[in-house]
Write a protein that binds this ligand. Sequence first.
Ligand SMILES: *Cc1c(COP(=O)(O)O)cnc(C)c1O
Length: 379
Amino acid sequence: MPRPLEALVHLDALQHNLTRARACAPDAQVWAVVKANAYGHGLVRAFEGLRAADGFALLDIAEARKLRELDWRGPILLLEGVFDARDLESCSRLGLWHVVHCEQQIDWLAQHKTEWPHRVFLKMNTGMNRLGFTPQAFRNAWLRLSALPQVDEVSFITHFSDADSDKGIAQQADIFLTHTADLSGERSLCNSAATLRHAHDPKVRGDWVRPGVMLYGASPDYPEHDAAHWQLRPAMTLRSRLIGLQHLQAGDTVGYGSRFTAEQAMRIGVVACGYADGYPRHAPTGTPVLVDGQRTRIVGRVSMDMVTVDLSALPQAQIGTEVTLWGQGPHGSLLSIDEVALHAGTIGYELMCALSQRVPVLTVGDDHGAHGTAPAFAP
Ligand SMILES: *Cc1c(COP(=O)(O)O)cnc(C)c1O
């Protein structure tokens, strides 16, 4: 029998979450952001669940090629644009749209030989200060691009630094909209947080929204709002089983560094999942976990292949009992990846992206599948 750890990717949850993004941005087109191997879900798998999107946005030409091999004929956007002049040949061949965020990328385009002019998204740096032209340099970049025979249509894009918090997007949105006001072309502003919190404003919504993490069922502004608040469903479940039990006496300790000491006699369970699987090593005692769908906590240090859990309130738990590290558990239970992440001092994004290679992944649910019907663990 293989080690009893597996991840599930729920296609019905991906479909549902995409529908949520559409509902938040009516009339806008939706880029499904599938960078980082679809936030750890697997590009091919995520594509199955998200094929109703209007386009796919990612970073790597190799991933774009994979989507074309899956027969995706619609738009694909390279969010960071090309990394050298030769990438433009792949863009021409694969029909990729690409962001243009610096003068160098315009120089490369100007020297590119192609029969197929490119659709580009000119990026404005409105305050994030990572990629993009300053508002002052933007018009000149637009003039240069528009004059190139290699360029077909120019659209406009910016990225918010604070869409998930009180600081908000007003200032950045204002800069972007003001400096593109007299330019004709499509606009894209919103990531997940902005799609959920701000896309009710048609100006902010623009022509394309770019949700990522919400499609995978995590909340971009947790703990202010959880995924349930936004009506999102977890698209990834990480589950395993108890492979060992220990009876502790008061004063006994658990695991490396003896970081947990039993205050009274108690039973603990050993779960086949550790940091080599992508479970965060920094998750402290108290991080929630589901055992047979019931909430309890991890105790002691997370080790490479194992984590230990408190079974005090779970007398029926035994070797083989199902454990949900995050996602959809048995009996309709749920454990938010955002909540686990918060305990570990990180965000749901990082946990899903860090799912390790050695964890087998199963795709479950489809167009017709009922919600929340993860198959039972193989016996
Ligand atoms: C990653 C990314 C997104 C999606 O962000 P989420 O917070 O996951 O929704 C949108 N736009 C750009 C430019 C990105 O790099």
